[in-house]
Design a protein around this ligand. Structure first.
Ligand code: ISE
Length: 364
């Protein structure tokens, strides 16, 4: 089978991480193109990934891809082409599949272009910025009659989350009643405001709750205590969200994106006959200089590195089979609907019902 030729849109933190992953760790695929409005950044990444990686090895396949591009605004750095216009990258005949890691506001247009060109796509969260545009994406994909969109909710691929899901689904602990989630980032850029805390951070636990309970969220309340004094942009940070599931179960989520210490993501499930907790981060405990402890990951790339590797490898394998293997466009839509209601709740200081279409009415 031919390698899947991947193009990546957006090579900031996450896109660059995926680029490195595809080049160095994923089999059956090679990175052939990147696109980013910051051209020097895209060129530098393409160049560095086209160079052999010393003892880490294996950029050979990427370096060997260099088909010349006919596109204006497109240049080849080593084997990986830089295509300035993201829509041109999507339409490029040398690109079989796309990873979208651009900011959320760009997703709707780029997803629609992927559908138009029938290109399989792994799209980082959020699917789009609001309920309506997400529904349009779901409907457009449904019209094609083929699932092309997978959403980057990587927690589902993390070994600890996967084990938790398996345990809860086994029924060993009885019915799951509650989830307590913690989601803390060391810090975020100043441009990361209150709404982004909901749409870009809380959205992960929105998906976790839907996935672990296998149910939709009916109502959301987002509380904001007096913010930390360490955030300069007036963002409401931290936030405490209460997600009420249609079945009556409840999940709570603390999101605190300027925690200062490091990256911490935890989930405790409380069931009828026991509880289970993941994300305690108790890896290697060391004792030295009168203290004991371990390391706190710097950010999500460190904490969820394995999850991202598994996610992308499974996406590549499934794409080769003409399938997807992970969260669907519908999951992205449902999360967008919850976050849209969550932002309203934050602004109005009250619980907000989640408004979304019935799955059977949209997907038949
Ligand atoms: C970021 O965009 C992510 O997706 C991370 O997983 C999340 O923890 C972080 O809060 C977001 O900013």
């Amino acid at each position: 089978m031919q390698d899947l030729r991947i193009g990546i849109i957006g090579v900031g933190q996450m896109g660059a991480d995926h680029a490195e992953r595809v080049v160095r760790r994923i089999s059956g695929a090679r990175l052939v193109a990147v696109s980013d409005p910051d051209l020097p950044r895209a060129n530098a990444l393409a160049e560095s990934l086209s160079r052999p990686a010393g003892i880490a090895g294996a950029t050979g396949s990427a370096a060997a891809t260099g088909s010349a591009s006919a596109q204006t605004g497109s240049s080849a750095a080593g084997g990986i082409r830089v295509i300035e216009d993201p829509l041109a990258l999507i339409g490029d005949a040398g690109v079989d599949a796309v990873i979208i890691a651009s900011p959320g506001f760009a997703h709707a247009e780029q997803l629609m272009a992927c559908l138009e060109h029938a290109k399989p796509v792994l799209c980082e969260k959020p699917l789009t910025m609001d309920t309506e545009s997400s529904l349009r994406v779901v409907e457009a994909e449904h019209k094609l009659g083929r699932q092309l969109i997978q959403v980057g909710f990587m927690r589902r691929f993390d070994p600890e989350y996967a084990a938790l899901k398996q345990l809860l689904d086994s029924g060993e602990l009885g019915r799951t009643l509650l989830l307590h989630n913690v989601h803390r980032n060391k810090s975020v850029p100043e441009t990361f405001r209150s709404e982004m805390i909901v749409r870009d951070s809380l959205v992960h636990e929105v998906d976790v709750a839907r996935w672990l309970f296998d149910d939709e969220i009916a109502r959301i309340t987002v509380h904001a205590p007096k913010p930390t004094s360490l955030v300069a942009n007036g963002a409401l940070d931290p936030q405490l969200a209460i997600l009420e599931m249609a079945s009556g179960a409840i999940a709570d989520v603390e999101v605190f994106v300027n925690f200062q210490v490091g990256y911490e993501v935890r989930c405790e499930a409380v069931a009828e006959k026991g509880s289970a907790t993941i994300g305690l981060g108790v890896d290697v405990l060391t004792k030295r200089a009168g203290q004991w402890g371990g390391a706190v990951p710097e950010d999500y790339r460190a904490r969820f590195g394995t999850a991202y590797d598994v996610e992308v490898q499974r996406w590549v394998d499934a794409t080769q089979r003409g399938e997807i293997d992970g969260p669907t466009a519908w999951d992205g839509y449902a999360a967008a609907a919850v976050c849209t209601a969550g932002i309203q709740s934050l602004q109005e200081g009250r619980p907000v019902e989640v408004e979304m279409a019935r799955k059977s009415e949209v997907l038949g």
